[in-house]
Ligand binder design. Structure first.
Ligand code: G3I
Length: 499
């Protein structure tokens, strides 16, 4: 954990009165004992209903049944890092652990996040390599697994600690040059490892016709602000990078290694930060979620559960937040074992669910765009509401015929020359197990990318269909997908068909 996180935890622990903590604890107890009706019973199923994946970081020796049961996405915790698989010339070696993980994910219908290609840490034989060698490695790694990797962390942890908003100054970022001295590395004459690595990755993806999406991943970038309301300069710097290199970057990862400080996780703050990245047209993922359980509060995991709930809610409330990944299964097997940051206790395949697990499951089951849970239980009226007497002369109200199949609505976020469309697919009176949505774009409009859906066509009549994790939608429930395009896309009329 970085020093900033530790500092934040220290300040707020002393600031929060015990009464407030007790209130939060009792609210959590009420919520977790009253899950929503017809709720899903696994994280992956509940997440799928809400239109996102729920993943886990894993190692080949921890591929217990729970991995495929609870999770729909897998990130190799260490087995795809350069110190495992890269040779000094950018070739590949020792890929058996990574292969095992990719195969396991595939046979369990899980997405894979490749982690990671360009990183100052765990660089192994690549440490000190030139951009040309990095490019060789990028090509070899992406091509080895191709579209079996849904998302690659192309660049990891490029920004400095302590909220400076600057790039790191050690290798590989020491190769950067600010040619015109204007304080950034975005100009054509500048050298920027981030840009050059993404350009290379994009070339490889396009040349191979791959569906792999390319992500930038970092920590302490989760909220708009840091403790005390100070602007999160690190998040702002990441935003500038994505805005400048939007043509090469498809997705952003917020690692989300949090502590147990109730003040450090503010749903609205995280949600607004996710939203501004989403407005750039990229997918956002919570990629390495874990949250300390600070037992000094004697809240027996309730504070931690509440914090998990807040992070999940922030993601759920933004349609382009398409996945959450926890950084391991169980506390004892985590890189932060002493901080009890995960959703399960136990080990070696025998795991017990914590309060945090139930909070996450419950929040996922509420779906997207639910308001945050009340902090006090609802008051039961002492006098039951009276039923109005029925007038026998009044005809019964018209009944709406049940709609089977599905319907779709679209909302647009447009700017001069471009747009992002969010399409909500809602099942009728019966559950559906797959869907497709057809819509016709005005002349001159072109779809450039889509998330949470397969797409055929890019202009005129365009067809979208569900991906593996969002085809099943319960009666009356919804899932969302999105796409970005150039031109103008007003007046879209989506037609939904259950498949
Ligand atoms: O496999 C060796 C083992 O053979 C040896 O006996 C043992 C002795 O220390 O070390 C083992 O390797 C360790 C490896 O984890 C596998 O357990 C390394 O020492 C240890 O440094 C390594 O830690 C990993 C850490 O990244 C390294 O930076 C953690 O497992 C991993 O969870 C962590 O993941 C990072 C993400 O990649 C990026 N974001 C932060 C996150 C947490 O630090």
């Amino acid at each position: 954990m970085n020093s900033d996180l530790r500092q934040r935890r220290k300040v707020a622990r002393t600031a929060l009165p015990t009464a407030v903590l007790l209130l939060i604890s009792s609210a959590v107890a009420v919520q977790s004992s009253a899950p929503a009706a017809a709720a899903e019973t696994t994280l992956r199923a509940a997440a799928a209903n809400a239109g996102l994946f729920f993943g886990v970081a894993a190692s080949p020796n921890r591929l217990y049944p729970i991995v495929g049961q609870e999770f729909s996405q897998l990130t190799p915790e260490n087995d795809m890092k350069p110190d495992r698989i890269a040779t000094s010339s950018g070739g590949l070696q020792n890929t058996s652990g990574a292969d095992t993980l990719v195969n396991h994910a595939q046979s369990n219908n899980m997405l894979v996040r490749g982690h990671t290609l360009v990183w100052h840490s765990q660089a192994g034989a690549l440490q000190g390599a030139s951009q040309a060698t990095l490019n060789t490695f990028i090509g070899n790694a992406i091509n080895r697994w191709g579209s079996r990797i849904a998302y690659w962390d192309v660049v990891n942890e490029a920004l400095e600690d302590n909220n400076t908003g600057r790039r790191r100054n050690q290798w590989p970022h020491s190769m950067n040059r600010d040619a015109n001295g204007d304080g950034d590395f975005f100009d054509a004459g500048d050298t920027d490892v981030i840009r050059d690595s993404f350009i290379r990755a994009k070339q490889v993806v396009q040349a191979g016709g791959l569906t792999t999406k390319l992500c930038i991943n970092d920590y302490d970038v989760d909220g708009l602000t840091v403790q005390g309301g100070t602007p999160n300069r690190k998040a702002n710097a990441l935003y500038d990078i994505v805005r400048n290199y939007r043509q090469y970057i498809d997705c952003v990862g917020f690692q989300a290694h949090f502590n147990d400080n109730p003040n450090s996780i503010i749903t609205d703050d995280i949600q607004a930060n996710i939203q501004r990245f989403a407005d750039l047209g990229v997918e956002v993922h919570i990629t390495e979620l874990d949250i300390d359980d600070d037992l000094s509060n004697n809240d027996i995991g309730a504070g931690q559960a509440e914090n998990y709930r807040k992070v999940v809610r922030a993601c759920l409330n933004v349609a382009q937040c398409t996945g959450i990944t926890v950084w391991g299964i169980s506390d004892s097997e985590s890189w932060r074992s002493s901080e009890r940051g995960l959703l399960f206790t136990g080990g070696n395949g025998s795991y017990q669910k914590k309060a945090a697990y139930h909070a996450v499951l419950d929040e996922l089951n509420k779906g997207r765009n639910s308001t945050p849970p009340p902090s006090t239980p609802p008051v039961t009226p002492s006098v039951p509401p009276t039923t109005p007497p029925v007038d026998p002369t009044t005809p019964p109200p018209p009944t709406t015929p049940p709609t089977t199949g599905c319907s779709a609505t679209v909302s647009l976020n447009s700017w001069t020359g471009g747009f992002v469309a969010t399409v909500r697919v809602t099942a009728g009176t019966a559950p559906i197990s797959g869907w497709s949505v057809q819509l016709t774009l005005p002349s001159g409009a072109t779809v450039t990318n889509a998330w949470n859906a397969n797409r055929s066509g890019s202009s005129g009549t365009v067809q979208f269909s569900n991906v593996s994790y969002n085809g099943s939608v319960n009666a009356g429930q919804s899932t969302e997908f999105g796409f970005q395009g150039t031109g103008t896309a007003t007046g879209l009329t989506p037609v939904c068909t259950a498949t």
